[in-house]
Design a binder for this molecule. Structure first.
Ligand SMILES: Cc1cc2nc3c(=O)[nH]c(=O)nc-3n(C[C@H](O)[C@H](O)[C@H](O)COP(=O)(O)OP(=O)(O)OC[C@H]3O[C@@H](n4cnc5c(N)ncnc54)[C@H](O)[C@@H]3O)c2cc1C
Length: 414
């Protein structure tokens, strides 16, 4: 494995850092206002990023992006993440970044022209609608309640989704539903086994069958378009609205989620790094009991622990990005990264906040915002408990296979 960055990547990183410091961080105060227009701010920052030649680091050059490798994207997003507005400025924020990745992989030519190109240029936003209230899909996607029934000329969708990020103002939704075709086996008492045939549909926001019921008030506040509850009632979409193939929904959702979990880790790493910088600035100047806080051993332990954890987080991210570049399956690495980075970011931000004393909990520095915004990351993109279960299952399977192969080899040699 080789994570060494080229001179060009190093220069690009420095340009991103300068852009975030000079053009993005000074505008964070605008996002903090109660009636902030986050979309207008995002558009203005995107114009500045385009001018600086930093727009779309994760996009191919054919879509107006920088055409970087995953390793290079990692370096750029870890810098851009130092401001919560940075990834939005670069058009590399969730959920659009993951949606672009999926559309580039699965969209037909016509779908790409209609949905991907405006998204890639920053003209539109999008949303990914998978989660449902109980008894529907949450941690367990097989509980999917949303349905798509085949009707003349297309599909009729019925769904109740919630916590859909970016819904207000999105141009379209990628909606995951179960698909009921003429040949589908009905679930009956004699056939109780649930049969899910998941499909992703592209639904225009102005489809009369789709309604945004409400914006759900949450701990975090800085997602343009909020986190929303929505319903689809007899929502007609044409045959061309199917993304990929009917029944391919889980496979495509996985295709999106693997790298999307990793890019989340890259962006959040930047937040934790900035939190530590804010704390270092404070403890380096604040005097207490005759010396700066940074000279107190207990404070040094806290700083060093954060640095060690961030170092490990960074290496995990780079390893997974490198494997993606090699075309390797990173499901396990993405899970490991998601758990470790989401927990590390939270503890590093919490420690930074503690180190800054009362200033840390104020709105004068960004730490209280980081604290609020980072907490949900342990829940979305799969709760950490579920990732741990999956990691353990894969460990046990690999262990059993290795034991069986050793036993076979011993038998063959006997
Ligand atoms: C800020 C935010 C943004 C989001 N954005 C989107 C979005 O854009 N689109 C979208 O579709 N969804 C989105 N979600 C929803 C998110 O993906 C779900 O919250 C997540 O999948 C968990 O589902 P749930 O909330 O139904 O939790 P549940 O499935 O009800 O689980 C609750 C808790 O139970 C525990 N748990 C569950 N299963 C297990 C298990 N097997 N073993 C041990 N413990 C377990 C975990 O601690 C979990 O947190 C978002 C959520 C948040 C908070």
């Amino acid at each position: 494995m080789d994570f060494a960055t080229s001179n060009e990547t190093q220069t690009l990183k420095e340009r991103v850092r300068a852009f975030i410091d000079r053009q993005v961080i000074p505008r964070e105060v605008e996002a903090q206002q109660p009636a902030a227009d986050l979309d207008a701010l995002r558009q203005s920052l995107q114009a500045a990023a385009k001018q600086a030649g930093l727009f779309g680091p994760q996009l191919p050059t054919s879509h107006g992006g920088l055409g970087l490798s995953w390793l290079e994207v990692a370096e750029v997003l870890m810098e851009a993440g130092r401001s919560l507005l940075g990834p939005q400025a670069l058009n590399a924020a969730a959920p659009d970044e993951g949606n672009m990745h999926l559309l580039a992989h699965a969209a037909s030519k016509a779908q790409a022209a209609k949905y991907l190109l405006p998204l890639a240029s920053g003209q539109t936003r999008s949303a990914f609608a998978m989660t449902e209230p109980a008894p529907g899909a949450g941690s367990d996607p097989s509980l999917l309640q949303a349905t798509a029934r085949q009707v003349a000329g297309g599909w009729s969708l019925n769904a109740h989704k919630w916590f859909i990020t970016g819904a207000m103002g999105a141009a379209f939704f990628m909606v995951l539903t179960d698909t009921i075709t003429e040949t589908a086996i009905e679930i009956t008492t004699t056939n109780p086994k649930r049969r899910v045939n998941p499909t992703i549909f592209l639904v225009d926001a102005d489809n009369p069958g789709l309604e945004i019921v409400r914006e759900i008030k949450t701990l975090d506040h800085l997602a343009p378009g909020g986190h929303c509850e929505l319903t689809l009632r007899n929502c007609f979409v044409p045959v061309e609205a199917v993304l990929g193939r009917v029944g391919q929904g889980f496979e495509l959702a996985q295709y999106r989620l693997g790298p999307a979990r990793l890019t989340h880790c890259m962006r959040w790493f930047g937040v934790a790094k900035r939190a530590l910088e804010i704390a270092m600035h404070y403890v380096g100047t604040r005097v207490s009991f005759g010396k700066t806080l940074a000279e107190h051993q207990a404070v040094q332990l806290m700083l060093a622990t954060s640095e060690i954890e961030l170092h490990a987080a960074r290496l995990m991210i780079l390893e997974a990005a490198w494997k993606l570049d090699q075309g390797q399956d990173i499901r396990t690495e993405a899970s490991i990264c998601k758990v470790f980075v989401s927990e590390t970011v939270f503890t590093v931000v919490d420690r930074a906040l503690q180190l800054c004393g009362s200033l840390g909990v104020s709105e004068d520095v960004m730490l209280s915002t980081f604290f609020r915004e980072a907490r949900p990351f342990r829940i979305y993109d799969g709760p950490n408990e579920v990732h741990r279960v999956t990691i353990a299952r894969r460990m046990m399977k690999a262990f059993a296979e290795a034991a069986a192969s050793t036993a076979n080899a011993t038998e063959a040699n006997a």
